[in-house]
Design a protein around this ligand. Sequence first.
Ligand code: 7RM
Length: 552
Amino acid sequence: MIWEGEPGDSRSLTYAQLHEEGCQMANVIKDLGVKKGDRVGIYMPMIPEAAIAMLACARIGAAHSVVFGGFSSEALKARLQDAEAKLVITADGGWRKDKIVPVKDAVDKAIASDVPSVTNVLVVQRTKQELEMQAGRDVWWHELKENASKECPAEPMDSEDLLFVLYTSGTTGKPKGVVHTTGGYNLYTHMTFKWTFDIKDDDVYWCTADVGWITGHSYIVYGPLSNGATTVMYEGAPRPSNPGCFWDVVEKYGVTIFYTAPTAIRAFIKMGDEHPNKRDLSSLRILGTVGEPINPEAWMWYHKVIGNEKCPIVDTWWQTETGGFMLTPIPGATPTKPGSATLPFPGIIADIVDLEGNPVEDNEGGYLVIKHPWPSMMRTVYKNDDRFRSTYWEHIPPKDGNYLYFAGDGARRDEDGYYWVMGRVDDVMNISGHRLGTMEVESALVSHPAVAEAAVVSRPDELKGEDVYAFVTLEGSYDESDELKQELKQHVVQEIGAIARPGEIRFADALPKTRSGKIIRRFLRNLAAGEDLVGDISTMEDLSVLDKLRQG
Ligand code: 7RM
């Protein structure tokens, strides 16, 4: 594992070293009382210890629950509570966009009250700033490591034992804990990584995702490491002070396989071709993309400017729930089309159906479903089988006794059998490739005393793909003002994290609702995008609401 820190420091670990460090951390957390079946929260910057912490948990049979380091302390708290985590592994800080992100402070805030399950916090030293360590609760990794044995026998596990819980946004205000188990998940991330990236001994693979998302779990940690790949981990993010930082990493380490998100590609296009053009990118041989539909212009730029027209692009469609790639080309074997995730991975039986489960015609839009089980499918929503059943298996009724997995995406299939994923059909937004529920942002907004009601939709955004757009009605004693708008945006950041900051907040006297009191989001989406209202308005309760919103 090759690691590059944002300030330019670097480290590399051989497989033997990674194994030893993983064993040491396994022994340390065992000594802190963590046992097979327990849950451990991981809230870390992108440093090797994030992967080491995951492997340490897996080694002793404890489930990890990694929370993206960009989530706020409130969001972290809700996840630690649901997982009933016994331990949190974190760091003093991490570097992001030339600043230190104080992750340990966020952990302190998160567990200050109402998280009784957490008994210890294990802190990795990264940025070395002053920290308050709570006696009896907080311990330093570098101190405990000194006396920790480098041997730790792996706990024998059943293939269906819990490996990890990863929270993801859904259609309610509360994120759900996606459950993955040891056997199938490891098999499938191993296979998909091997075939889709055509990994060879001399490849240098780099996935730019954060380990806090499923892409980091499957394609920074489990898939690459089980294949013995050379894998690059990068702490930082592209930033104005160093717009060429990604290409520096490619050049410095001779990266051969590069995997990133369309939102990053669009940001690079905007920064200018001179940055990649100044670097030697000739080592690259395969490019990958994930997280949202890639627009053909971004695809062509990626192909030309980064891939020098010689690298196949693998557009991989999959989800936290699927664990690994579902639709993806096999590079060199599957002819690609810009904007299409091409064909199902071998063994995956996908289809596009209507709401009754009937397959739709070629080129007709419908719901993307998976018809047969696959090794790394999520097993349930943590502690909530009912939500698992209703979200994924009952939306579309079973056909002849066969259940269809409902992905929540709209798609069409063309005359060559190629899949074109259009985006979410539920109340899940995709902001810069990050999943976010409209209800999550609404809950955050209404938790502010000024807000009476909130309705959140997304609107198309050139860089982020989609941006958060909020309609808000105020409590009687509050007045509309730009200051209040700023305050509400900041409040959402505090409740969820910077990725959820609304691009725009609009005050309204009332929200458009049906007679049964449901907010008509369709109208709000039209308004947010600056389009004319489309669709039936006859179900609306109070038509005058629309006039006011149109004028606003
Ligand atoms: C891996 C990941 C899942 C949602 C999914 C889609 C969207 C992901 C693509 C894509 C079009 C792609 N997991 N999505 N990859 N849409 N083409 N290649 O992103 O759980 O965080 O999000 O992301 O809407 O349902 S996720």
